[in-house]
Design a protein around this ligand. Structure first.
Ligand code: FES
Length: 109
């Protein structure tokens, strides 16, 4: 197993690439067998809209953060639409396949 670690900038901003971490994706995706992502929903949206052509050939798992009322699957506040039906982040996740989420129907508050 090989692990590669990216840091998008140094604390003082004098080295590395500056900007959103998603700009590093095109340079990194080629060597990856799988992609594991943790971040905000807007970042996932950018990944799906801007880099779908690069990610289509890789398994991509994301960790979703949602507002949760109960955390045990009874209030439905964390429900989202997926290609395989309605899912609750608290009980079915928080890890999902990036491609399974219906991003156009996701309302994030
Ligand atoms: S937090 Fe209540 S159903 Fe998920």
């Amino acid at each position: 197993m090989a692990v590669r670690h990216h840091i998008d900038k140094q604390y003082d901003g004098t080295a590395g690439q500056k900007g959103f971490v998603t700009i590093l994706l095109p340079d990194s995706i080629g060597w990856a067998d799988q992609v594991f992502v943790c971040g905000p929903v807007p970042m996932y949206r950018t990944m799906t809209t801007r880099y779908r052509h690069l990610l289509n050939t890789k398994p991509v798992q994301i960790s979703l953060e949602m507002r949760m009322g109960c955390g045990i699957g009874t209030c439905y506040s964390c429900t989202l639409k997926t290609k395989s039906g309605l899912k609750q982040v608290c009980t079915d996740g928080p890890i999902f396949d990036l491609d399974d989420i219906l991003w156009d129907e996701l309302i994030y508050v």
